[in-house]
Design a protein around this ligand. Structure first.
Ligand code: NAD
Ligand code: MG
Length: 299
């Protein structure tokens, strides 16, 4: 296995390095250790400065990819972190918890399937009990399967899975979390550039991300008077297990090449956006969708 591009993110030229991803397909849900090179979650580069000291965060889909990089960054900023993931992802879940604990922070694993409403309530209860409360909810779990043939190839199972994971799961978790959140708390949804510039191969997924962008705005309006901020991060093409597990090798070969910076991004390059939105630096920011897209415009 080749070394990941750890320690490279402090290079000033944002055009590189890129990843040769063409021969990487794996079965859903995809595993970190089977990726070559391994994604960069900021292990060698992210430096904390106490921006989330004493905060308690729950990150869904925190085992791998963008969620893992965010979990590590939050821990380095002083937060205790619970992560959700699918039960079959135990291998990635465990290694992310080890990363959090290595920072001297509390890690809590809450595996389960977000498509089941009861899981959301049980998961939030476990987090509140295990961490002593909840200050930051990151709705980051997401599902897509590319269908190069377009809308006619989206069958009922795929349609349900995509909407139930991305939209239903997010709403259920927010409903379960709200009674536990107080002024200063923050909700951050992971959406996508797809919510603005949808690909014909990801039409169902893109529609869910547009829905989440929209939900971010209405929730910010609703929860402002309680002192709870709601924002979203909209990544562009990022090197995570989701990609080799859900697309075609042709798509992977050109993944990110159409961005102004000409490459895909690493999870570590997205995590800082979540830290900013969760932190006091963003205390006057709500209802915002922050793009981390390699230069692709939102809108
Ligand atoms: P990832 O596969 O590492 O993370 C997604 C996680 O979602 C999985 O690890 C899994 O734990 C979780 N998940 C999926 N279905 C679930 C379910 N039913 N119940 C509970 N958990 C479930 O990939 P990632 O790219 O880091 O994805 C994180 C988020 O970023 C997703 O919402 C994705 O849509 C979004 N996103 C990714 C990209 C990209 O290019 N990688 C671009 C834009 C947005
Ligand atoms: Mg995973």
């Amino acid at each position: 296995m080749a070394d990941g591009p750890e320690n490279t993110l402090d290079r000033s030229d944002p055009r590189g390095p890129d990843v040769d991803a063409s021969t990487q397909l794996q079965e859903y849900p995809g595993f970190t250790e089977r990726m070559d090179p391994r994604p960069d979650h900021g292990e060698g580069s992210y430096r904390g400065s106490g921006r989330l000291e004493g905060r308690r965060a729950f990150i869904t889909g925190g085992d791998s990819g963008i969620g893992r990089a965010t979990a590590l960054a939050f821990a380095r900023e002083g937060a205790d972190v619970a992560i959700g993931y699918l039960p079959e992802e135990e291998e990635d879940g465990r290694s992310c918890c080890e990363l959090i604990e290595a920072e001297g922070r509390k890690a809590l694993a809450v595996p389960g399937d977000l498509r089941e409403e009861a899981y959301s309530r049980a998961a939030v209860d476990r987090v509140v009990e295990g961490l002593g409360g909840l200050d930051i909810l990151v709705n980051n779990a997401g599902f897509h399967i590319a269908q190069p043939g377009g809308i006619g190839d989206i069958d009922a199972d795929q349609l349900r899975r995509t909407f139930e994971t991305n939209v239903f799961g997010t709403i259920w978790l927010i409903q379960a979390a709200l009674p536990h959140l107080s002024a200063g708390a923050s909700i951050i949804n992971t959406t996508s550039v797809q919510g603005y510039q949808p690909s014909t191969s990801l039409m169902d997924y893109a529609a869910t991300k547009a829905a989440l962008n929209n939900l971010t705005v209405s929730l910010a309006e609703l929860l402002g008077e309680r002192g709870i901020r709601v924002n979203a991060v909209a990544p562009g093409p990022i090197w995570t297990p989701l990609q080799p597990a859900t697309t075609t090798s042709e798509k992977l070969e050109s993944f990110g090449k159409d961005t102004p910076l000409g490459r895909m991004g690493q999870p570590a390059e997205v995590a800082g956006a979540f830290v900013f939105l969760a932190s006091n630096d963003a205390r006057y920011v709500s209802g915002e969708v922050l793009g981390v897209t390699g230069g692709k415009p939102l809108g």
